[in-house]
Structure formats: C-alpha cells, structure tokens
Design a protein around this ligand. Structure first.
Ligand code: BES
Ligand code: ZN
Length: 878
C-alpha cells in the first residue's frame, strides 16, 4: 500500500498537553513471522487488560499499510460488529476487561522503501520501529508508555536467511518443510514497541566476550556481510570501552547475556538502540585503514557508545510520550560526548561538539523550524529528531552537570535509575531526581526545556586601577521564535576566569581564592565585582562553552589576539581565534578591498604555528577557518558569493604568507600510518598544511599539487588519500577528471568509500557542479533507495553554498525536483534533506523568491507525505 495521502487534508497535530494514559496495557506479545520479501505474514497474539478504572467504548490499535487477514478474540473469530478498521488502525468496540487478541496481517517488505517497519534491502530483512514503525508490522498499542514482554518466532528459507535474530535470548530453533527454518527469541525485559527488532539474512558474525564488573559474561556479536568481517575491530573495541565506561562513570552494567549489532547499507539514520539487537548504518560499524578516515573511526566510537548508553537511558528507563524525546536523546548525547572526551582529547572534543551545535542547532533555533527541546506539538514525530532535541538537549544536561557538580550529578542519575527503572517517564521526572539528590532548586532551569531560541549574552567589563577591581556586567536576551513572541530570562552558567597580562589566571577573592568560577546569570542583567586584583586583567568568559548561548563579549582584537595565544581553556583559546577570523572575514565581505589577513590574526596564526607545545589536533582546530555557513550566520543577509570570496582570499593569504611553515609541517609530519591520538592529530595538521599550500597559489602551489598527487597514489590510509583526492578533484586542475575516474575504479566495491566520491563531487564550489550532480544522479552506482547514497549527493549539494544558492535560483529548482522524487520513495529522508530550504529568510530578495517558489513546487506535489508536508508548512506558513 502507498503512503497515506494527506495532500489536501491537514495532517493531524499531536499536542503535548493532550497526553492521556492508555486505557489498556499489553502484558505479553507473541509474534510469529513468515518472512517473504513480497508477502510476509505476521501472526500476533496480544494479552491485553484494562487499566482504566471504567470500561471503555473503544480501544484503538495503531496500524498502517497492513492487510488484515484475520482477527480473533479469545480464540473466536471476531464479529464484524466488534471492530472497525480506520485510517490509522483498528478500533475494538466494547472490549472486555481482559482478553487475548490474535491478528494475522500481510505486509510487503521489498516494496517498503521508506525503511520504516519491516523492510527487505540488500538481501536482508530488517526492522526500524522508532518512532512509529511497529504499526507497519502489526496492529498494536504503538506508544512508548506501553511496555510488554515480547516473544518472536521468525521463519525464513534456510539458504537466503541462515541467520534469524530478534531481541533478547534465542530459546529454540528448528527446521521445517521446503528448506525453511525458524528461531524463537524471548526478551525478558518489558519494552515499548519502538525497541522491537528482528533481522534475517545471510550474515557473517564477529564474536567477542565481555566480563562485567560483577563478573557476568556477555557474548558480543557483530553481524556483517562475510567480506566485512575484517572491518569490525573498531566497533568491537568501542563497544567494550563503552561498557567499561558506563560501569566506571555511572555504575551501570549491561543486563542481557548477549549484545548484538547488525550493520546494513540501507538505513535512514545513524543507528538504533533496539534492546539487545542494535541495528546500525554500516558507516558506523565498518572501518579499515584503507577505507575509513580518522573521522570515520571517531564516528564509530561515538555512535557505538551512544546506542550502548541508551540501554540505561532510553531502554531501562524509557519515555512516556514522544515529546520527552530529549530525555533519552539529549541525555545520551551528553553521555556519548563525555565518553569520547575521556577516550580522546577533551578540549578537541568540546570544540567539535560546539562546532556541530553552531552549524546545525543555532540556525534551526533562529529560523521557522525553531522549537523547544521539549516540543509542544508535532504532526510527524520523525521530524523532531532534530539538532535542538539532540544537541541543545545535551547542552541542557551539561549545564545541570555544571551547576550540580560531578558528585551531585551522579547522585541524581542514581536516584533517577532507582526511581524509574522499568518505567516510562518524563523530563520533569529527570529534573526532579536531580533536584532531590542535590537539594538544589531547578525551577528556573526548567524554562530551558520549554523556550525555543538561543539566548544572546552581552558582556561588558572594566578594570578600576584605583580600586584594583574588575566589574563584569552580563545581560541576556532571547530573540522571539515562531509562536513564542515573549521570552523569559533563563539561568545561564558562565564559567569564567580573569587572566593577568602574563596570561595567568588570578585568584578570585569572592570564591575563596580559586582562579576559576561559575557565575549564574539568572536575571536579564547582573553585575559582579572582583576585588583586590594584582593588576589589570582580561576576562575569559564562557569557558568550555558552559552554556548554549551567543556571547558578545565587547573585547577588542588585541584582547582576542592575547587570548588566542594565552587562554589556558582550550575552547576559549580556539574561540578567540575564530572571533578574530570572523571579524576579519566580515570586514572583507563588506569591503573587498580590505586586507584578507589583518595583522592581529596573522600574528595569532604565526604564534600558533610557532608553538611547539600545542597538541597537533588542537593546533589544526586553531588554524581551521570558520565555515561559510557560520560566517553567514553572523550577517543580517547572507552574502553568498562575497563570503565565499572572502574566505577563499583568507585561505590564500594564510597559505602564501606561511608557505615556508606549511611546507615544513608537511614534510616533518610525514609518518607511516598509526591509529593513536597523536598520529591522528599529526595527520590532520599535515593535511591542513597541504590544503593551505594548494590554496596559496604561486610557486608553492605547483609543488603542493605534485605532493597531493603523490599522496593520492601512495597513501597507506583513507584519511590521507581522501584529502588528496578532494584537493585534486575540487581544484580546477586539468587532471581532476582522471583522478575522479581513478578513484571510482579503485573503490567501486566499497559503498561507504563511493559515498565520499559522490559527496566530494557534489561539494565542488563551481557553477558547473550542478551539471555534474545531474550526471551523478543517473550514474549506475546511484540508487534512490539507499539513504547514504542520496545524502551523499543531495546532502552535499544543499551544503554547497555557492552552487545551492546560485543567484539564478537554478540550485533550488533542481533540488526541489529531486526532493519531490525522493518523497515517493523515502519521506523521512526527503523531509530531513529539505530543511535547508526553510532558511529562505536569511537571503536576499531574489533568492528568497526562488526558495519560496521551490517550497511551493513541493507543496503542490500530489501524494505529498506527512513528513515533507510538515517541514514545508512550518518553513513557509501561508
Ligand atoms: N534512537 C536513535 C535512532 C533514531 C533516530 C530512530 C530517529 C528513529 C528516528 C538513535 O539512538 C540515535 O540517536 N541515532 C543517531 C546517532 C547518534 C550518535 C546521535 C542517528 O541515527 O543519527
Ligand atoms: Zn539516540
């Protein structure tokens, strides 16, 4: 059956305030599934009992795209008068207090290109049930506050599906007629349907073991295609590290005897935390030095950890309703960020986290799709797996951690688990546990969850030489967002220190002589006085990015230049460097005759390059220019071309001015491939040097192109090879096309590598890229049904500023046509990819018109999905 056609009718809106507890609960679910790509039969046996105090007239079971074959209650065929099929499922009329409901439905896994529910792709059967996919498998109370024990029996042909998996423990297996076999799985932990999973296919397995702190043995199994068994070491190591970390930091052990991970090329998201049976996008499982970059390795570590951490934050303690999504996602992102910070460099990790927050969440919070971390309404919940729910949600947990301190935060987590294990709860329950464990009042803090928009904090300060004191005034204001015209002040923890003219932190009398403190800005404006200082000071504010705000610090370039060299907080040191670059770039955007590399920035770059103490990964962060989008964010109207030119000009100037240093680094940092943190940092810095040399033009550029060519051919790892490939493919050099062909020929058997091949071409900053992308979409290796591939091309295209935002509107029209096409195949991915069009208000009038026209093309599509309809409607409310 096709997607529900909602064109013409307004999709129903779900509101947080309308929550009602279910009237019935399911205690046991038994599924029996005969797997066939075209006609799968699902037999479901539910034990239901009423929990509402009074009898109800009807009980609604969710169901979507199901073909009903039979329905029985307590062993008897259900009379036609006892139920009604509706658009969203099945209504049982006058249900008895307790009964057994058996249903038989038929579904079509191969035709399921939406990849939600049960689907068949790449020869495998897979499920994706979060958020509301289980209703595409059978009629059910598909809501997170309905917890039940599941038993699943899978039947499939032995030759095409030798492996049969589901949640929990395998209880029995057997063979049957016609070359089929079966397996029965039982999950002892009651769970909501969104955590249900099953997998069947021809998969190889990589096994390991883990001994928990209390001495239990857990079997670890990673299921991949036979040829990928050699590429699972990073995933397996990361899993073991994550398991150990959760024991050490949170005292939480794994609770089943088996932990399974399945990798697939056909997946809408990154990965999914199904109980005991995680399903992963192969991108976050498979890695070998020849095929995966350093950042791919890092991605695997953090996503494996994230899904593992959900076992406690999400699975054991789950959500009452989908408005609470950040309760599991924000908290789990915070946990995975802290895990990664402990495994790698904390400072570099924090810079990366903030980069992501600013690249995705700040723009979201400033545009028409802005919503609170705990949203108030949705029509399609899949559209709310956003940077706000995830990344801002993680920042809110981080602020609670900052306010309470490590020890009280841990007590709060312990209390949260103790109170709510096995239950479906709310964000309010989490905050209450934090309050009760710490004896702190977080009533003001709750506003963060309900109020959208990024607060702007203005800081002004002055040193009084007569009194030897420094006065700091902080002011906060949150801009209006759609539906929330008036904002309240929120409590903002501002971690700070004062540095003397030698760059050392001075003791602060108000906090008993400590040299760092957290100020809590609760009102719209507050001042603090720091007395008895040894001399003039420069403030280091919002250290470690202690709150998700935009700080306007009123420091001049000299002060930032000073902090860029001396601040001992790595985040703030990086931030000062960014600030210098952004100011210089904005000046160049406004006036193209301005010097591309002003002296303060040049000196800061020189000092960074000369600083032999600094960790190479951190050094690379310091020397990486802010992205075009981030620069555009700082302007009232995004000047697409001028930003690109200014940033190019600055890259060229830094390349040329420091050609000697870059050349030195490029040669000094050459090394055989190793995977430790230091080697990764060195690779990163060396490749940055190569990029600057190529940007630099002149004589060093020709040499650098030779180096890049050599590096492309000789690299012993994908990090170096891909950088060289990108530099050669994207720089208008005569042999770019040869390199592109060569790369494809070498790697065409590795889908994850070929995704990069597609993405790098779609990201080339030239007008001819549009033509090139048209070709890519008809390339034999392009496949509309594989989200990774579609994202590689269309995602990279929409993130290519000068091409997507071409002045003639050609990028938007082309893009809308592709999204329109994708919507028939995979609405969830189409809706996600379409969000850049929501930023139309940020551009000049002709672009605005063209972007709105593109949104209207989409709005007029027949059979528009609910997913895409909601994004369009919120992007441009009529
Ligand atoms: N629970 C989500 C997966 C998910 C997302 C299911 C959206 C249904 C709809 C999972 O835990 C998750 O958050 N995955 C992230 C990666 C993570 C490291 C942030 C993802 O898939 O992007
Ligand atoms: Zn998650």
């Amino acid at each position: 059956m096709p997607e529900v056609n909602i064109a013409g009718s307004k999709a129903a809106v779900v509101r947080r305030g309308d929550y009602q507890a279910p009237s019935y609960q399911v205690s046991e679910v038994a599924l029996d599934v005969r797997l066939d790509p075209d006609n799968t039969e699902v037999h479901t046996r539910l034990q239901l009992h009423r929990i509402a105090p009074e009898p109800v007239a009807e009980l609604h079971l969710d169901g979507e795209s199901l073909e009903l074959l039979g329905l029985q209650r307590d062993g008897q065929a259900l009379a036609e008068s006892a139920y009604r099929l509706t658009e969203g499922g099945l209504l049982l009329l006058n249900p008895p207090e307790a009964f057994i409901l058996e249903s038989r439905v038929r579904i079509h896994p191969r035709a399921n290109t939406a990849l939600s529910g049960l689907y068949h792709a790449g020869g495998q059967f897979l499920t994706q049930c979060e958020a509301e996919g289980f209703r595409r498998i059978t009629y059910y109370l598909d809501r997170p506050d309905c917890l039940a024990r599941f038993t699943v029996t899978l039947h499939a042909p032995q030759d095409s599906c030798p492996v049969l998996l589901a949640n929990g423990n395998c209880m029995a297996t057997g063979v049957e007629e016609g070359g089929w076999h079966w397996a029965r799985w039982e999950d002892p932990y009651p769970k909501p349907a969104y955590l249900f999973a099953m997998v069947a296919g021809d998969l190889a397995v990589v096994r390991d073991r883990y001994r928990t702190a209390s001495g239990r043995e857990v079997a670890l199994e990673i299921y991949v295609a036979e040829r990928d068994t050699g590429a699972c070491a990073q995933a397996m190591d990361s899993l073991k590290h994550a398991m150990r970390w959760d024991e050490e930091v949170y005292g939480r052990e794994y609770d089943l005897n088996r932990y399974m991970i399945v990798a697939t090329d056909s997946f809408n998201m990154g990965a999914m935390e199904n109980k005991g049976l995680n399903i992963f996008n192969a991108k976050y499982v498979l890695a070998s030095p020849e095929t995966a970059t350093d950042s791919d390795y890092q991605g695997i570590e953090s996503v494996i950890a994230h899904e593992y951490f959900h076992n406690w934050t999400g699975n054991r303690v789950t959500l009452r309703d989908w408005f609470q999504l950040s309760l599991k996602e924000g908290l789990t992102v915070f946990r995975d960020q802290e895990f990664s910070a402990d495994q790698n460099s904390r400072g570099v990790q924090r810079i990366g986290d903030v980069r992501r927050l600013r690249a995705a969440q700040f723009p979201e919070d400033a545009g028409p799709l802005a919503h609170p971390v705990r949203p108030d309404a949705y029509s399609e919940i899949n559209n709310f797996y956003t940077a706000t729910v995830y990344e801002k949600g993680a920042e809110l947990v981080r602020m609670i951690h900052t306010l309470l301190g490590k020890v009280s935060f841990r007590k709060g987590m312990d209390l949260y688990f103790e109170r709510h294990d096995g239950h479906a709860v709310t964000i309010e329950d989490f905050i209450a546990a934090m309050e009760d464990a710490s004896q702190r009042d977080l009533s003001g803090f709750r506003r963060w969850y309900g109020q959208a928009g990024t607060p702007v904090v203005q800081a002004t300060g002055s040193y009084d030489p007569a009194r030897h004191s420094y006065t700091l005034t902080l002011h906060q204001e949150t801009p209006a967002t759609p539906g929330q015209p008036v904002k309240e002040a929120v409590p903002i923890p501002v971690r700070m220190a004062l540095l003397n003219t030698q760059g050392q932190r001075v003791p602060l009398e108000v906090v008993g002589g400590a040299s760092e403190t957290v100020l809590l800005l609760e009102q719209s404006e507050q001042s603090w006085n720091f007395a008895n200082l040894p001399g003039p000071v420069i403030p280091s504010l919002l250290r470690g990015f202690s709150a998700p705000v935009r700080l306007q610090d009123s420091l001049d370039n000299d002060a930032h230049g000073f902090l860029a060299r001396h601040d001992d907080d790595p985040f703030n040191r990086w931030e000062s460097m960014q600030d210098l670059a952004v100011k210089a770039l904005l000046a160049a955007v406004a006036d193209s005759s301005v010097a591309p590399l002003p002296v303060t920035l040049r000196n800061a770059v020189a000092a960074t390059l000369a600083d032999r103490q600094v960790d190479p990964a951190f050094c690379a962060e310091l020397l990486t220019l802010p992205g075009e989008d981030y620069i555009g964010e700082q302007m009232s109207v995004v000047a697409v071309e001028a930003i690109h030119r200014a940033r190019d000009g600055m890259k060229r100037a830094i390349g040329r001015h420091f050609a000697k240093e870059w050349t030195g680094l490029y040669h000094d940092l050459a090394a055989a491939y190793q995977r430790d943190g230091l080697s990764i940092g060195r690779r990163r810095l060396r490749n940055l040097a190569l990029a600057y040399l190529i940007a630099g033009e002149g004589s060093s550029r020709e040499g650098a192109i030779l180096h890049a060519r050599q590096q492309y051919i000789q690299a012993d790892n994908m990090t170096d090879r891909l950088v060289a490939f990108q530099l050669l493919a994207q720089h208008r050099h005569h042999d770019a096309e040869d390199v592109i062909l060569d790369f494809y020929q070498r790697w065409h058997e590795y889908p994850l590598v070929i995704d990069n091949w597609f993405a790098i071409q779609a990201a080339a900053p030239y007008p001819k890229t549009l033509r090139q992308v048209e070709h890519l979409l008809v390339h034999p290796a392009f496949d509309w049904r594989v989200p990774n591939r579609v994202r590689a091309v269309l995602g990279a295209f929409a993130a290519n500023p000068t091409v997507f935002h071409a002045a003639d509107g050609s990028g938007y029209t082309f893009f809308a046509e592709q999204i329109r096409r994708l919507d028939d195949i995979n609405p969830q991915t189409a809706a996600r990819l379409a969000t850049p069009l929501s930023r139309w208000q940020r551009y000049d009038a002709p672009r605005q018109q063209a972007m709105v026209a593109a949104l209207k093309i989409l709005a007029a599509k027949p059979g528009l999905s609910r997913d895409l309809a909601e994004v369009i409607q919120r992007s441009h409310p009529e």
